[in-house]
Design a protein. Sequence first.
Length: 119
Amino acid sequence: QVQLEEPGGGLGQPGGSLRPSCAASGSLFSIDAMAWYPRAPGKQRELVAEIGSGGKINYADSVKGRFTISADNAGNVVYLQMNSLKPEDTAVYYCNVRLGSPTAWLHYWGQGTQVTVSS
């Protein structure tokens, strides 16, 4: 079993910054990637940033140049540095960890952290 804790998030102003984090614990065998999936009101959850165990990073076009995903040395904590915030970044941000192999992926989700961008 894997647990994900997501402190951070909160209220930010347009043009400002926030830095939510996600700490994974439990049976963390073969972590392949950790990622952030925000779900805005009335929309589906979508990937905005992902970091693989080998350091490969992917971003959605909507956040390129503004958001930076990083992980600690152990690879169990992932951060999302959110700069140049926009009101459309408002969403519940869910942390995801992918374990296992391509023939048998396991996905775990955090409880979500609210990010609100408003003046």
